[in-house]
Design a protein around this ligand. Structure first.
Ligand code: ADP
Ligand code: S3P
Ligand code: MG
Length: 172
């Protein structure tokens, strides 16, 4: 949370002229409710079930940039779909930056607690190895402007996948 998935994903999609999809937005549209409501009424597991269904469907689309919610890696099924069907970019960010970036909005139920820093630390310890197990690239996003993060992603993907010709069309 606060790593910049939704922000960077949108910018990357513009750079590559691809459709951008944010799985959290799809979940909200499908359920007709916002994420805090889903967590409140259906619990985290209810949200995760909706997330797994959305990820299975969205990872079958071609030529899109997909931003997920931060907890997507918790389920093995999601990790497999992401890994097998796309290029996965792990945006790695310090807890300090996550806290700063998430402090303004109240849309993240897991952080609506007296000690969001402790929650972010716990989630990082649980999730960091899971992200590492399914990602192609790790990109640090602290103290970097979103546009600089996008350029770094493009540079590293190009190095790693020189066969991906759609990258040649972008301006970097
Ligand atoms: N590299 C960055 N530098 C500064 N602010 C950022 C950066 N990336 C994202 N932000 C800001 O942090 C907040 C959370 O970003 P968001 O894209 O919603 O993260 P995520 O989807 O990973 O939770 C937003 O207000 C966004 O503008
Ligand atoms: O980390 C998480 O478990 C979550 C992250 C959120 O998305 P962002 O990572 O885009 O904030 C959203 O999916 C939900 O609040 C749960
Ligand atoms: Mg997001």
């Amino acid at each position: 949370m606060g790593a910049g998935k939704s922000t960077i994903g949108r910018l990357l999609s513009q750079e590559l002229d691809r459709e951008f999809i944010d799985s959290d937005k799809v979940i909200e549209e499908r359920s007709g409710a916002n994420i805090p409501w889903i967590f409140d009424v259906e619990g985290e597991e209810g949200f995760r079930d909706r997330e797994t269904a959305a990820i299975d469907e969205l990872t079958q689309l071609n030529d899109i940039i997909l931003a997920t919610g931060g907890g997507v890696v918790l389920r093995e099924e999601n990790r497999q779909h992401l890994k097998n069907r796309g290029i996965v970019i792990y945006l790695l960010t310090s807890i300090e930056q996550q806290l700063e970036r998430t402090s303004k909005d109240r849309n993240r139920p897991l952080l609506q607690t007296a000690d969001p820093e402790a929650v972010l630390k716990r989630l990082f310890n649980q999730r960091d190895p899971l992200y590492r197990s399914c990602c192609d690239l790790i990109i640090r996003t602290d103290k970097r402007h979103p546009r600089a993060v996008v350029q770094e992603i493009l540079k590293q993907i190009k190095q790693k996948h020189p066969d991906l010709h759609f990258l040649d069309a972008s301006h970097f």
